[in-house]
Design a binder for this molecule. Structure first.
Ligand code: ADE
Ligand code: ZN
Length: 341
């Protein structure tokens, strides 16, 4: 890797737009919280946990992801989890994050919505003050659970609109297409939440189309399989609907056979507004900058394309125009600095 590429990846201001906070639970924190909360896990060491991180598909990962989060019980646990992630990505030059959380996975275990939200939002507020990282929170509905449960989560979210910006849709994509959630998304939009959804990760281009047309999503999470359909690709390019792609996640979940098969470059070349993100960095072994390094090395993205990706991360964000411009100006200033090195 050239020195210029290395410095750009290390130092460019970036936003992360596809990040599940529960997917940042590192094995050492999992074991520490299990001990603190008297939760029994089938693992006794960090190595035991790491050995389990070997996935054949999305569902394989989700089984472990839901097991891992069973150690999260108190507001302090959610604070610690979120704060650890924010401190980690401060080192990657991250200045803005739009993060997902999965309240139904916690309320189903008897942890209150307010416990989850309280811990996450305290950490986000502290990050704004102490780390100069801004944020927006997106509450995901779990698509393997019934619509009725999603409506319950939405009721809870409506009591905390000041802390929750958007709604998303995640968990198992196969067998749970977007129309199952048409009504709850319609209600969420009416309540003022901005809609996004995981579509086209393991599912087809049809799921992406339904995300856009039925759920009226404003950003596509993953969207890899949109590229299977030239008409949909052209539509996404024309509308400049952002895609939050996650190369290391796709590789670790065997959606692609190697990082060289990541669709990031193909999507950029097709004129799409592509961003690069980490998804569940602890489980997939790569934080934000590892994903930038992966696309640089395996797709031969050049320095100019790395700068485009960093700029896209803000263009595709839900920041207002003035905040976006500030971040884009900061990128230009950093590029000048790095080129002088
Ligand atoms: N929940 C956490 N990570 C996810 C992913 N990559 N796809 C669907 N649901 C998820
Ligand atoms: Zn995801």
């Amino acid at each position: 890797m050239s020195d210029l590429a290395k410095h750009l990846i290390d130092r460019l201001p970036k936003a992360e737009l596809h990040l599940h906070i529960e997917g940042t639970l590192e094995p050492d924190m999992m074991l520490k919280l299990a001990k603190r909360n008297n939760v029994t896990l089938p693992y006794h060491s960090v190595e035991d946990v790491q050995k389990a991180y070997n996935f054949d598909c999305l569902q394989d990962f989700l089984d472990l992801y839901y097991l891992g989060m069973s150690v999260l019980l108190t507001e302090q646990d959610f604070f610690d989890l979120t704060w650890a992630y924010l401190c980690r990505v401060k080192e990657d030059g991250l200045t803005h994050v739009e993060l997902f959380f999965d309240p139904q996975a916690h309320t189903a275990r008897g942890v209150s919505f307010e416990t989850v939200l309280g811990g996450i939002t305290s950490a986000l507020e502290q990050a704004q003050k102490e780390l100069d990282i801004s944020s927006k929170l997106i509450m995901c509905f779990l698509r393997h659970l019934p619509e009725e449960d999603a409506f319950e989560a939405l009721d809870c979210a409506c009591k905390h609109k000041e802390h929750i910006f958007g709604v998303g849709l995640d968990s198992s994509e196969k067998g749970y297409p977007p129309p199952l959630f048409e009504r709850v998304f319609a209600q969420a939009r009416k309540e003022g939440f901005t809609p996004v959804a995981h579509v086209g990760e393991e599912g087809t281009a049809e799921n992406v189309r339904e995300g856009l047309d039925v759920l009226k999503i404003e950003r596509v999470d993953h969207g890899n399989h949109a590229l299977d359909d030239p008409f949909l690709t052209a539509r996404l390019a024309k509308q400049q609907t952002p895609l939050t792609m996650c190369p290391i996640s796709n590789w670790r979940l065997k959606g692609i056979p190697s990082l060289a098969h990541s669709p990031v470059k193909k999507a950029m070349d097709a004129g799409l507004l592509v961003t690069v993100n980490s998804d569940d960095p602890s489980y997939f072994g790569g934080y934000l900058n590892d994903n930038y390094r992966a696309v640089h090395e395996h797709l031969a993205l050049d320095e100019a394309e790395l700068i485009i990706l960093a700029k896209n991360s803000f263009k595709a964000s839900f920041l207002d125009d003035e905040e976006k411009q500030k971040q884009l100006d900061a990128i230009d200033a950093m590029v000048d600095d790095v080129k002088r090195l």
